[in-house]
Design a protein around this ligand. Structure first.
Ligand SMILES: [Fe+2]
Length: 380
């Protein structure tokens, strides 16, 4: 029983399964289409999607998105979408392509006078401005199992010149459509399978333990945790295992839906300085301290933990912690900050940046800055 009021809201029409992307033909017919993507030309996936788009009036491909999309490339994409009067944007790729497309679509539709007076996406990242509209249709087609961006209203952008990585949450960032086809993930290399799979696992775990969790988000997060724990090692070792890949795709989608309702918590806040300053892949940056944070949070949420252990068939918290450790070792993921080059004297700066992120407050364990520094020292 819950005595809290809550909202469940997901405006994205979501399709899951092999071959579902054929549905984009209807949406793209006679429209001016832009595909925002990363380096997928070699895999044949881009050609498949262009074929399935059918007969657009015009189609351009913007493939200049970096692993952590920068303000510059998002601004450039927005400009191209504007001058080409794009009506439909297809985001094809991992989290970077999906996040970049959200910014590009909103910049494409921003009022001319506001855009002229702004410094592009930077003005929105700093909080100086907020998007107020979007007419361009946004279709997300993820090619990794991790981001969840296809079903969230969040996008993360980087501003390397100012050593900044930050998220924007906007009601205009919900995709109109998401097409999740597990077959598109078969060519993901093993290291990337590991990082994106752990990202999805952390989305699910953080959504589950978040103070903002709801009776709708919790069961979705539980199933996502189970699907990812049960299948990640197999998907990593046998990339073409369709059962494992399908379960990972579903787990990632469900994790995305869960955290779209709750947001993530302190592990994602910690991940931002780790990716900016230590160039750690996002999924490794948010999972490196998963095990100790679960250990720290568990006594504060005894009922939730009991349900989690029961759902996973885990005899005790220690057994679950061991399972997570074993999974991370099996896919060569880092489990200590010291192994990724973080020095003890750098922990204060990491703690400062983490404390500034509002999602830190959604973690069951509430840290003061000093407590967080001590905690990081203990688990470095
Ligand atoms: Fe993430």
């Amino acid at each position: 029983m819950t005595n809290r009021s809550f909202l469940f809201f997901l405006p994205t029409k979501t399709f899951f399964g092999v071959g579902v992307t054929q549905g984009i033909g209807e949406l793209c017919a006679q429209k001016r289409v832009m595909v925002v993507t990363t380096g997928l030309r070699r895999t044949g996936i881009l050609n498949r999607i262009i074929r399935e788009a059918g007969t657009p009036a015009d189609l351009i491909v913007f493939d200049e998105i970096e692993p952590n999309p920068t303000c510059e490339s998002v601004d450039k994409g927005g400009f191209l979408a504007r001058v080409n009067e794009i009506e439909v944007i297809i985001a094809l790729g991992g989290g970077s392509a999906l996040d970049a497309a959200k910014g590009i679509a909103c910049l494409r539709d921003e009022r001319e006078e506001l855009l002229d007076a702004s410094s592009g996406i930077r003005s929105y990242l700093s909080g100086e401005r907020a998007f107020t509209r979007r007419h361009t249709q946004l279709i997300a087609i993820p090619t990794t199992s991790g981001t969840g961006s296809e079903v969230t209203n969040v996008a993360v952008f980087s501003d390397p010149a100012n050593r900044l990585k930050k998220s924007i949450v906007s009601p205009w960032f919900w995709n109109d459509y998401a097409y999740v086809d597990p077959e598109l993930t078969l060519t993901v290399p093993d290291k990337h399978t590991a990082a994106t799979g752990l990202d999805a696992l952390v989305h699910a775990v953080e959504s589950y333990w978040a103070l903002s969790s709801t009776p709708f988000s919790e069961p979705i997060a539980l199933e996502a945790i189970k699907l990812i724990l049960d299948n990640l090692t197999q998907g990593y070792r046998n990339p073409e295992d369709r059962v494992a890949r399908t379960n990972l795709s579903l787990g990632s989608l469900m994790a995305g839906i869960a955290f779209s309702q709750t947001r993530t918590t302190i592990l994602h806040a910690l991940s931002y300085p780790l990716t900016v300053d230590y160039h750690l892949e996002h999924g490794f940056a948010c999972s490196v301290l998963l095990k100790p944070m679960l250990q720290t949070n568990a006594p504060l949420i005894p009922e939730k933990m009991a349900r989690l252990l029961d759902y996973l068939g885990s005899p005790s918290l220690d057994a679950l912690l061991e399972r997570i450790e074993g999974l991370m070792q099996s896919i060569n993921a880092p489990t200590r900050l010291s192994t990724v080059g973080v020095q003890e004297e750098e922990l204060e700066s990491i703690a400062d940046q983490t404390m500034r992120s509002p999602i830190t407050k959604l973690n069951p364990k509430s840290f003061t800055r000093e407590e967080l520094v001590d905690w990081l020292k203990e688990y470095r």
